[in-house]
Ligand binder design. Sequence first.
Ligand SMILES: [Zn+2]
Length: 181
Amino acid sequence: MKIAQNAVVTLNYTLSDAQNNLIEESREPMVYLHGGYNNTLPKIEEALEGQQAGYKVTIQVEPEDAFGEYDPELVKIEDRKLLPTPLELGMQFEGSPEADDEQQESLIFTVTEIADDKVVLDGNHPLAGIALRFSLDVVEVRAASDEEVAHGHVHGAHGHHHGHDDDEEGDDGEFRSIPVH
Ligand SMILES: [Zn+2]
């Protein structure tokens, strides 16, 4: 079966930067629903469209097609006392914008530096500004069930689907909310 709209695609991948430094290797195959459901990057779907199991390809994806350009404005310095304790580098928080910036979406901030009484919070995605190289290896292609198509995601053994109550709300609640100025 070929990869087309509403195919469930199982693949192994390695993610490197443009200099071939390994960033991430799939420990388990990734499974996604093909056809613009935002289950994976559009450039990956584009590269796999019409292909089948056994197909291997390496693609390079520029920041604007992946996690965006690095935005220095998203780096904030906060008083340490506004943040929870204990605090460690790499911890992530959801930043709730101030009342006067209602239009701004809340962002995930990563703690990148801790000084005595100040903390640097970076609201950029950890892969922002990096050209990414994906090596993709298609393991399996099957047709999605009607239910999967209706939900816009994969169910079953390798699908990360656990109950539907949270589906509409996205990932809210996974991070503690903090004020970011
Ligand atoms: Zn579902």
